[in-house]
Design a protein around this ligand. Structure first.
Ligand code: MTE
Length: 320
């Protein structure tokens, strides 16, 4: 994002395979092409493919919050990524995670719930998600860089977890932190690690806000933020923090990794807003992966009916 020279809207439509049917197939990633080239090009241009793995989440509850728009191909969702801990090229995370088991299944994935709440705790991933009912939510996803996708997530409302943690009256915001493991996450100089993000507590409680643990019927791939990530579909993609290890209730607005890196470019709210340009490019249109022509970007990414009330009376040009 911040450091890219090439604009992402330039991804040719021809490199995206239409591939949204649920099939049980083995994941296959052919990474024989030069890695140096791969860091500059979408993965599919360097002859890599990702096929749907066997579905592991069956008979999921469907949601009335899901869009009926056509989901983006599994290949695009899992090979065209932003996960800067694993490199800044779109194909870097998928290529890198072909040779590393991430998350490492031999070690427990711990998530701590901290701060201004009556029921803090540290949980193994399985214990964390066990009480919640997983459902499928097919959401639009709009990156600040000007591209978009439609992603069939699997997850549960963040509000369910928050209710169990019982935040107290001082909890005005929620801060999220990604794992930072320098032994495997090799790009150290781009952001102030670990990656952090935040939401206002009412945004976090909104029924659209999801903790995702899977996509396309199976577990989240590492490059998409396994084992658990945030999905806030009316905000730009960078709010959707990956591989969460800490959720903290706080009184003051947290400063996210991107706010520290570019405070004039990346604000706390970062709601999708076609009328507020990024300082270096317009946000009025977007390129949906798999489509050739750009489409108009919608206010709150098309979720205004569910979230506009959260910002009543706020000047969204100032609170960008
Ligand atoms: N979370 C972490 N920890 N590190 C990142 O680099 N990138 C963000 C967000 N979450 C990022 C992250 C950005 S800029 C985007 S657009 C989305 O993840 C991309 O999610 P995807 O790769 O699953 O499409």
């Amino acid at each position: 994002m911040f450091i890219r020279k090439k604009r992402l809207g330039e991804l040719p439509a021809s490199d995206i395979t239409d591939h949204h049917v649920y099939l049980g197939r083995r994941k296959f990633l052919n990474n024989t092409a030069a890695i140096a080239t791969a860091s500059l090009l979408p993965l599919s241009l360097v002859n890599a493919k990702a096929e749907l793995p066997e579905a592991t989440y069956l008979n999921l509850k469907q949601s009335h919050y899901s869009t009926d728009e056509k989901p983006t191909s599994y290949e695009s969702i899992t090979t065209y990524n932003n996960y800067y801990e694993f490199g800044t090229g779109k194909s870097d995370p998928a290529l890198r995670l072909e040779s590393i088991e991430f998350p490492d299944k031999s070690k427990p994935w711990r998530v701590s719930i901290e701060g201004e709440c009556d029921k803090p705790g540290e949980y193994d991933y399985d214990d964390l998600i066990r009480p919640f009912t997983l459902e499928e939510r097919i959401y639009r996803f709009r990156c600040v860089e000007g591209w978009s996708m439609v992603i069939p997530w699997i997850g549960f409302p963040l509000a369910d977890l928050i209710k169990r943690a019982q935040p107290n009256s001082r909890a005005k915001f929620v801060e999220f932190t990604t794992l930072y493991d320098p032994a495997i996450m090799t790009r150290r100089n781009v952001l102030d690690w670990p990656y952090t993000e935040g939401l206002r507590i009412d945004e976090a409680m909104n029924p659209l806000t999801l903790l995702a643990v899977g996509l396309y019927g199976s577990e989240l791939p590492g490059q998409n933020g396994a084992p658990i990530r945030l999905v806030v579909p009316w905000k730009y993609g960078f709010k959707n923090i990956k591989s969460i290890v800490k959720i903290r209730f706080v009184e003051e607005m947290p400063n996210s990794a991107w706010m520290k890196a570019g405070p004039r470019e990346y604000g706390f709210y970062s709601n999708v807003n076609p009328d507020v340009a990024h300082p270096r490019w317009s946000q009025s249109k977007e390129r949906r992966l798999g489509e050739f022509l750009k489409r108009k970007t919608e206010m709150f990414n098309g979720y205004a009916e569910d979230v506009a009330h959260l910002y009543t009376g706020m000047d969204l040009t100032k609170h960008f």
